[in-house]
Design a protein around this ligand. Structure first.
Ligand code: UDP
Length: 323
């Protein structure tokens, strides 16, 4: 297929682009390079630098490429930042997304795969989090993604758009070539690995008084190659759907740090801090629906293997993409 990938220069987008190309698809990346990196774009893909806030940028890109499907990764995705700058989240994640859908409608492109998030569920009443639970976000990031899911529902009814929304849990790990390099790193695993690389003195633990066995937050870490696989399957989904995407396993912040020590052979210094605003204590995916309906099967069930792939990438790229 001929596919346009927004945010294809970012962490998850870059790996999906690589996997799409490996599977024989043609790919155009649309990215404003605010968070992404030019060198994270697979050289087999075409890169269009543009911004979803500027309607003519995305209209021109779609007019020029006429894709059969769009994968939409371009978004802001930091819970903490969204609690201080909600406007950025609603503008980029909702308004930018609507500009994209309208431009797709204008050229008759009717297939869409959306990067949604478990943050749309807030603090759920039970675990694991399956698709039947109510969505009650507790931060603007989750709210912005939920709003866009609702936009998608109406565009699919009114404009006959076929979409799949994939609600990721915690993306982690790397492919052999592409990995995680945010200009300001807030994520747990890369921050711990920076300590192992000697680039940071310690990692901070945000909250040790959560109602969990060791007092730290529990997350479901999913390998980006498994995420990429789900995107590929979503391209041919017979009907519009929303799926939760995680391994079903839960790992605490302290367990992540201990596993990083094991994988890297380095001692990780920690400093305990208060809770970070907007963080639910425990998020674990119920992914039976995507396994049953799309035949998705994660290859990386073991967080140690996920961290090992991230570590291999960081050792090879100690300064990330270097820009
Ligand atoms: N976290 C932490 N120290 C860090 C970064 C994150 O203790 O330097 C915690 C964070 O509070 C959350 C978990 O690690 O409970 C995962 O956070 P991350 O930012 O990686 O992903 P999120 O769950 O916010 O998408």
């Amino acid at each position: 297929m001929n596919i346009l990938v927004t945010g294809g220069a970012g962490y998850i987008g870059s790996v999906c682009v690589e996997q799409l190309l490996n599977a024989g698809h043609g790919v155009t990346v649309f990215d404003n390079l605010s968070e992404g990196h030019r060198s994270a774009v697979d050289p087999r893909a075409k890169l269009i630098t543009g911004d979803l806030q500027t309607r003519c940028d995305i209209e021109d890109a779609l007019e020029a490429t006429r894709p059969e499907a769009v994968m939409h990764f371009a978004a802001n995705a930091l819970v903490g930042e969204s609690m201080t700058n909600p406007s950025k989240y609603f503008r980029n994640n909702v308004v930018g997304g609507i500009n994209l859908l309208d431009a797709m409608h204008a050229v008759g492109c009717k297939r869409f795969v959306f990067s949604s998030t478990c943050a749309t569920f807030g603090v759920p009443d039970r675990m694991p989090i399956d698709e039947t639970l109510p969505q009650r976000p507790i931060n603007p990031y989750g709210e912005s993604k939920l709003m866009f899911e609702q936009v998608l529902r109406w565009y699919s009814e009114i404009h006959d758009l076929k979409y799949v929304a994939l609600r990721y849990f915690n993306a982690a790990g790397a492919s052999e070539t592409y990995g995680e390099d945010h200009r300001i790193e807030t994520h747990l695993i890369p921050n711990v690995l920076k300590v192992a690389l000697g680039q940071k003195e310690h990692v901070e633990i945000y909250g040790t008084d959560y109602p969990t066995p060791d007092g730290t937050c529990i997350r479901d870490y999913i390998h980006i190659l498994d995420l990429a696989q789900a995107h590929m399957l979503a391209l041919t989904a017979p009907q519009s759907a929303k799926y939760n995407l995680g391994t079903g396993g839960g790992t605490s912040v302290r367990e992540i740090i201990a596993t990083c020590e094991k994988v890297t052979g380095k001692k990780i210094a920690v400093v305990e801090k208060p809770r970070r605003a907007g963080d639910p204590p425990r998020l674990i995916a119920g992914s039976d629906k995507v396994r049953a309906e799309l035949g998705w099967k994660p290859q990386f069930q073991d967080v140690e293997k996920i961290i090992a792939s991230a570590w291999a990438w960081h050792v090879k790229h100690p300064n990330g993409y270097g820009d």
